[in-house]
Design a binder for this molecule. Structure first.
Ligand code: NAD
Length: 487
């Protein structure tokens, strides 16, 4: 046990190792992979104080250009430490290197540059105001930092999702305390260390570790020294955090759960729709908030489509995360694996036809005790079945048949969630018509998970409060101040 590495908090530019630690397991093997500091209330207090002090220091006085340069230096430094970041992310998540190295970390780095560009381009033009006495004034609205931002992050795309928050928060001149998921503590600390190396002053990014309720997560979100809270995670957790945020009150940005539909019309490009839908169901072992968990396929192609999906699901290859040919990783934890297998068991018992999967993968050593679950496809249940309503966050979906456009729109919208939807058809008028009627924050037409940091991102209904991306992020991480002077 003593050889297991420890993951420290990072406060005011220094690593903080404390005696109170919890075990973090490697999802691919089930072995203890790290001992992580479980932050006490007083450690969280220190982190918030460090962030508050840093606001009064050089960072608080830095110009937008200076902050944007710092973000770009951080991006360059991250690029130069790319393999180290990839290795740390894989240790925490067990994800295949093909996904982490070709997609996630590149996109995390790109986010720093994108928000640097957005902050520079989204300046608000001043207004000339004519006055009754014939004189005029200039009204200029400038962005000022909100203060100390508390960021609470999930485990599914640890560094990537963190950068969607850290980059605009820093561009706007705030300081930060991050509480990464207890499942994925490493890359947040690495990001904070690299930021210091890139010249971002000590105390601007602080990281505390630990669990959520009655632990580091709630210590942070209830802390009176936090000025705004940015959260990504489950809807229920979002509700608890909003209750904490009501004291103050503090602004919240909430990216929450989903139960995302795909609408597959019989006039689609069949092969593209199969390939795209398989990605949207099984990428990251289904642990993406945008994962498709409900499919509606038009009757003429239903049987052929289900068969083609099953064939591709069976071709996915779980295995050593460091093997470039591995295409499927494990669930993040034993709890998540049990949650997914619980859905599998209840769905089969509820009368679904199991097209493929339905259990755990039997893996060879050293992966025997990892948290592997099979990609799973069901048919045959009604829209009110548990599997068609509740988010699983695993590699699985129920496929239902539909006949016409109005019917499928109504069924796709019949959900508490409204994060994302996907439409597959070659008829572009129909695609636009359907997209406008779907109650989702993002609708993809003949593609999936193509994101532009300048566009709005977030959820309708129980999938979120507020938006990330472009000016929406800048509006959350800054207070507008209007300065008026006579012309
Ligand atoms: P989670 O809500 O369990 O945990 C997220 C974070 O909140 C963790 O850091 C956790 O420690 C912390 N936390 C838990 N309880 C808390 C409390 N009472 N007070 C303060 N902090 C608390 O979510 P998860 O399991 O890490 O992530 C999966 C969920 O995230 C899924 O529902 C998924 O859809 C959602 N998600 C949404 C988006 C999006 O952009 N909408 C993106 C990724 C994930």
């Amino acid at each position: 046990m003593s050889s297991v590495s420890k993951v420290a908090c990072f406060i005011n530019g220094e690593e903080r190792l404390e005696d109170n630690v919890f075990e973090k397991f490697n999802p691919a093997t089930g072995e203890v992979a790290a001992l992580v500091v479980e932050s006490s209330q007083s450690l969280v207090d220190e982190a918030v104080m460090a962030a508050r002090a840093a606001l009064k220091g050089p960072w608080g006085k830095a110009t937008l250009e200076h902050r944007v340069d710092a973000l770009r230096r951080l991006a360059v430094l991250m690029q130069s430490r790319f393999s180290e970041i990839v290795a740390e992310e894989i240790l925490d998540t067990g994800k295949p290197i093909a996904a982490v190295a070709t997609n996630e970390i590149n996109r995390a780095i790109a986010n720093l540059n994108s928000f640097a560009d957005i902050a520079l381009s989204e300046r608000i033009e001043p207004f000339r105001t004519e006055m009754a006495n014939g004189a005029s004034a200039i009204n200029e609205t400038v962005r000022t930092p909100v203060g100390v931002i508390g960021i609470v992050a999930p485990w599914n795309l640890p560094l990537l999702l963190l950068t969607f928050k850290v980059a605009p928060a820093l561009a706007c001149g705030n300081t930060i305390v991050v509480k990464p998921s207890e499942q994925t503590p490493r890359t947040a600390v690495l990001l904070a260390k690299l930021a210091l190396e890139a010249g971002i002053p000590a105390g601007v990014i602080n990281v505390v570790h630990g669990h959520g309720a009655n632990a580091a997560g709630s210590f942070l979100t209830a802390h009176p020294g936090i000025d705004a809270i940015s959260f990504t995670g489950e809807t229920k957790t979002g509700e608890a955090i909003m209750r904490s945020a009501s004291v103050g009150p503090r602004a919240v940005s909430m990216e929450l759960g989903g139960k995302n539909p795909a609408l597959i019309f019989s006039d689609c490009d069949f092969d593209a729709a199969v390939t795209g839908t398989v990605r949207s169901m099984f990428d990251n072992a289904g642990q993406v908030c945008l994962t498709t968990e409900r499919l509606y396929v038009q009757r003429p192609i239903f049987d052929r489509f289900v068969e083609a999906l099953a064939e591709k699901a069976l071709a996915l290859k779980p295995g050593d995360p460091m093997d470039p040919s591995t295409t499927m990783g494990p669930s993040i934890s034993a709890e998540q694996q049990a949650k997914v297998l619980g859905f599998y068991e209840r769905t089969a018992r509820g009368g679904a036809t199991v097209i493929t999967g339905g259990g755990r993968f039997e893996m060879p050593a050293p992966f025997t005790n990892g948290y592997w679950v099979q990609p799973t496809i069901w048919t045959g249940l009604g829209d009110d079945a548990e599997i068609c309503r509740n988010e699983v966050f695993g590699p699985c979906a129920h496929v239902a048949v539909f006949d016409d456009e109005d019917e499928v729109i109504e069924r796709a919208n019949n959900s508490e969630y409204g994060l994302a939807a996907t439409i597959w058809t070659k008829d572009s008028d129909k695609a636009s018509r359907v997209a406008r009627q779907l109650e989702n924050g993002t609708v993809w037409i003949n593609c999936w998970r193509v994101r532009d940091e300048r566009a709005a991102f977030g959820g309708f209904k129980k999938s979120g409060v507020g938006r990330e991306g472009g000016s929406w992020s800048l509006n959350f991480y800054s207070h507008p101040k209007t300065i008026c002077r006579l012309d």
